[in-house]
Design a protein around this ligand. Structure first.
Ligand SMILES: Cc1cc2nc3c(=O)[nH]c(=O)nc-3n(C[C@H](O)[C@H](O)[C@H](O)COP(=O)(O)O)c2cc1C
Ligand code: SF4
Ligand code: SF4
Length: 260
């Protein structure tokens, strides 16, 4: 078992990039992905256990909280959480804190992956992708140093009632939205989206991707498609696609990444 473990959920790479940068600071870290059921859940030997995930619809992606319930952490381990969002942090860390009490937490803003709602540059404070990435890398150093020093956060994570209401309605919104996926003639049947989907929601039929409604809205399929063949509603074709510059679709498909 590595000295440090970070459980990470990431749809378009921002959170995996943050997890890797923090892990590089800490050294000897296993990053265990939570896009699907984590390959390791008993981490009672780890000295530091972290969670890094995005805000989706005012809270954590539902799978993050479900998987967190299966994870065993020693009461002696130092625990930390980082939530990334485009603008507001949501209730994800507060919900996680109920399952696994957090010694330390931080929220970080980055580019918006939800381009059916906003262009990717719509973040708070406003920044282009290069500026946001540079800021994220700087913050990863700061968080790495604080986690290394086992810093404690005095306050509980934020729990805004408006975000909680949005998050309660989110599963219905997601189901409706997922019915709007379309795949164009640009699809070359490469199968990347099929392999990438954490919900097994995409299949190939006659050499073209077909997307169902068992979707958690990670948006990886749409943002990483090499031919931009996937759209969600009328607006995503008009907007620049975005994924983190340092994270490939193959990186997201890893289940455990060790950083020395
Ligand atoms: C479906 C969906 C819903 C989102 N909801 C919110 C939200 O409620 N508030 C917010 O500030 N950002 C929201 N975002 C933006 C992401 O939290 C942000 O882009 C994050 O950096 C993405 O991390 P990732 O690249 O690791 O997936 C949402 C993104 C997606 C795809
Ligand atoms: S990733 Fe794009 S091109 Fe490849 S199968 Fe999926 S939709 Fe088609
Ligand atoms: S269908 Fe696309 S957006 Fe939905 S869970 Fe699968 S990869 Fe993510």
């Amino acid at each position: 078992m590595s000295e440090n473990v970070i459980f990470c959920y990431s749809g378009t790479g921002n959170c995996l990039d943050m997890a890797k940068n923090i892990a590089r600071y800490l050294g000897d870290t296993d990053i265990i992905m939570m896009r699907s059921a984590p390959v390791k859940t008993d981490v009672r030997d780890a000295k530091r256990v972290g969670f890094i995930f995005p805000c989706h619809g005012g809270g954590a992606p539902v799978d993050v909280l479900d998987y967190a319930k299966t994870i065993q952490v020693s009461p002696d381990s130092y625990t930390f959480g980082v939530s990334q969002s485009a603008s507001y942090p949501g209730t994800g860390l507060a919900e996680l804190d109920k399952i696994i009490p957090l010694d330390y937490w931080r929220t970080v803003t980055h580019q918006c992956s939800c381009i059916w709602l906003f262009p990717h540059t719509m973040m708070v404070p406003p920044m282009n992708a290069e500026q946001a990435q540079a800021r994220s890398e700087k913050l990863a150093q700061l968080i790495g140093a604080e986690v290394c020093a086992k810093t404690l956060t005095a306050k509980k994570p934020p729990k805004n009632p408006l975000n909680a209401a949005e998050n309660a309605a989110w599963p219905v919104i997601v189901k409706k939205k997922a019915a709007g996926f379309a795949v164009s003639d640009a699809c070359v049947g490469c199968g990347q989206c099929v392999r990438l989907c954490p919900r097994g929601n995409i299949r190939l039929e006659n050499g073209r991707a077909v997307i169902g409604t068992n979707c958690i809205q990670c948006l990886g399929c749409l943002q990483y498609c090499p031919t931009s063949a996937i759209s969600l509603g009328s607006v995503t074709d008009k907007r620049e696609h975005y994924h983190n510059v340092h994270v490939s679709a193959a990186d997201l498909m890893e289940t455990l990444i060790h950083i020395d």
